[in-house]
Design a protein around this ligand. Structure first.
Ligand SMILES: [Fe+2]
Length: 257
């Protein structure tokens, strides 16, 4: 582990402690969720880099990007009481800005800071912009995979023991699938968040993440943990959902082969 990562971890614990000491129980519960998420994403990214035999250099930068990827989440929840970017601010953009504003990567060459910030900024976008440097794109692919793997498990836990609508971004509780969303999902198109109407839409479109995984490591984990069938099981009977699930699994199986 690099010295800078050590320092940043201390800084992370210090920053989050302030929010965790709040008297607002709702804030504390949600901060705790994101705090643990980021720590797990860091561990997953370390596993991914090792399993994929990525270089020491890439690993060092990817670890920093993983720890920084949701840096603005705590302030976002304190200010807006939601993790829904559409109702507040884009947390990828905000986290990237904080890297510069708060000088979170002291002593690192400008080009490395820029690539980490780009990876953080784009970790939550529908696609990785082609104009990013090759190294920033690689860092972004790594963080996106680590993020998806953890969000999937968090979501499955939450759906079993729902206690806070913040996890499904306060979508309508209904278990009806919106036809336009099903249609897009059947074409493997991931609709933008604004087009999702219900919690069921949200769950269905998570299955499409299978097409947005970048590393065999992550695809293998999805298969091993049975993540897609467990997510589909949260939805009512639907032939379209079954088909979307089967195609997504077949895609992962072909990817890891
Ligand atoms: Fe994020």
């Amino acid at each position: 582990m690099s010295r800078l990562l050590d320092d940043l971890l201390l800084c992370y614990e210090e920053m989050t402690r302030e929010y965790l000491l709040s008297e607002d129980a709702h804030l504390v519960r949600n901060v705790r969720l994101k705090h643990a998420h980021t720590r797990r994403v860091l561990l997953t990214v370390q596993d991914l880099c090792r399993e994929e035999m990525l270089s020491t250099e890439t690993t060092r930068l990817a670890e920093l990007a993983a720890l920084l990827h949701d840096w603005s989440r705590f302030e976002q929840f304190r200010r807006y009481h939601t993790y829904n970017d559409g109702m507040s601010e884009d947390h990828g953009d905000a986290s990237a800005e904080m890297i510069f504003r708060d000088g979170l990567l002291p002593g690192l060459p400008d080009a490395e800071v820029a690539d980490i910030a780009d990876a953080v900024r784009c970790h939550n976008k529908l696609a990785i912009p082609a104009e990013l440097s090759p190294r920033a794109q690689e860092l972004c692919r790594i963080v996106r995979d680590g993020d998806k793997l953890d969000i999937f498990s968090v979501l499955l836990d939450y759906l079993q023991y729902p206690d806070d609508p913040a996890v499904t971004l306060s979508l309508k509780e209904g278990m009806d699938l919106t036809p336009a969303v099903v249609e897009k999902a059947s074409l493997r198109l991931n609709p933008p968040h604004q087009e999702l109407r219900t919690k069921a839409d949200f769950i269905l479109t998570r299955l499409l993440w299978a097409y947005d995984l970048n590393y065999r490591f992550t695809a293998r984990m999805f298969l091993k943990e049975n993540l897609l069938p467990r997510m589909r099981a949260q939805l009512p009977p639907s032939a379209a959902a079954d088909r979307i699930l089967q195609e997504a699994i077949a895609h992962l199986q072909a990817f890891v082969r």
